[in-house]
Write a protein that binds this ligand. Structure first.
Ligand SMILES: Cc1ncc(COP(=O)(O)O)c(C=O)c1O
Length: 340
């Protein structure tokens, strides 16, 4: 992602939506580092077993796997929602201490059923981590013991993730290192988009900076520029532009009879608008040739064992603040071209 226009920056200090009063926060460079902190914290209480969604990004479980935890997948539905009864059946089958990693994907927010699930898991004896990465613009507290959110997936920040808890944890976070080279890559992308640079050198910079950032999961404090960004982003403006983009694209896809997994609504600010198409990878490739870049969440897990088939039909259409209504119509147009 490149830097944002000034309309998304506030002069005064803003409280980020995930900073719930009364909670404790730690800020680290990546979501993986945040999860690694929790893996260590929970291991000190004797936890070594994790129940995690069976459709996920491997980064979400790698800190547990590398620390020798046993990780079992619980079922996600074809709409990529948690299958509550499958998760509860797994939870009831546990004998020792165990942790559950929950995640509402693509902007869905906790509802009463989700909060009841968290309560039920507590009742069975689990500690619960809620991954808010896809809903950082309006996370709403689910009652989990811990929450984490990676910020660089949805916000114009080079790095950054939070860990939130209501206990008295003293997270051990290492010293800050020089500002992530991803910031330099973002600056360079901005200059390229503004026509000041002719070459797309930012691509190499992003690649190198990501490799550096993701080389390990040692928790490191965020740098000054990320901290500054978190404190001054105009979250209301970011929410508004995302919702208005999502509404335009959603209406256009409705007109084209293309089903969306996560249409925008009063309790859903889409992180992307997710659709299901035959051979998503081929469609993704054809759309990229037309200059429209859509992520696939996610490639098949290499860390979860006992995996059955892995869906190959989900494609995530971007709706974030970098775009406007015209872009949304272009995305829909290129989708039609790529699928016909
Ligand atoms: C839902 C979710 N949570 C956590 C992470 C990990 O975040 P990070 O890439 O900042 O380590 C990812 C990464 O893709 C993710 O998709």
């Amino acid at each position: 992602m490149e830097l944002v226009e000034t309309e998304f920056i506030m002069a005064g200090l803003e409280t980020p939506p995930w900073e719930i009063p009364g909670a404790q926060f730690g800020y680290v460079e990546t979501g993986r580092q945040a999860l690694a902190l929790l893996a260590d914290e929970l291991a000190s209480d004797g936890h070594r077993t994790l129940l995690a969604p069976d459709y996920l990004c491997d980064t979400m479980i790698s800190p547990f796997v590398t620390r020798g935890w046993s990780v079992t997948g619980y079922r996600m539905t074809s709409a990529l929602d948690i299958d509550h009864s499958d998760l509860l059946a797994h939870a009831h089958a546990q004998v020792g201490p165990f942790t559950v990693l929950l995640g509402l994907y693509f902007g869905r927010e906790p509802d009463n059923a989700y909060r009841a699930l968290v309560d039920e898991l507590h009742h069975i004896g689990a500690r619960v981590i809620d991954d808010e990465t896809h809903r950082v613009l309006r996370p709403r507290n689910s009652g989990a013991d811990f929450a984490i959110g990676s910020l660089r997936k949805t916000l114009p920040l080079a790095d950054g993730a939070y860990v939130r808890s209501f206990g008295n944890q003293d997270f051990s976070i290492g010293p800050v290192r020089p500002d992530s080279r991803r910031w330099a890559a973002m600056d360079e992308k901005r200059r390229y988009l503004d026509g000041e640079l002719k070459e797309k050198t930012f691509k190499t910079l992003f690649r190198e900076a990501n490799t550096e950032l993701e080389a390990d999961d040692l928790a490191r404090a965020i740098g000054a520029r990320t901290r500054e960004g978190i404190g001054h982003l105009d979250y209301e403006q970011l929410r508004k532009s995302r919702v208005s983009n999502a509404l335009v694209l959603d209406a256009e896809l409705e007109r084209l009879h293309i089903t969306r997994l996560n249409p925008p609504g009063p309790t859903l600010i889409p992180s992307h608008l997710v659709i299901s198409v035959d051979n998503a990878a081929a469609v993704q490739h054809r759309m990229a040739e037309m200059g429209v870049y859509c992520p696939i969440h996610w490639p098949r897990s290499e860390l979860l064992t006992d995996l059955g088939s892995w869906p190959s039909t989900y494609l995530s259409l971007p709706v974030d603040h970098r775009y406007d209504a015209t872009d949304m119509l272009r995305i829909a147009f290129s989708l039609v071209e790529a699928t016909s």
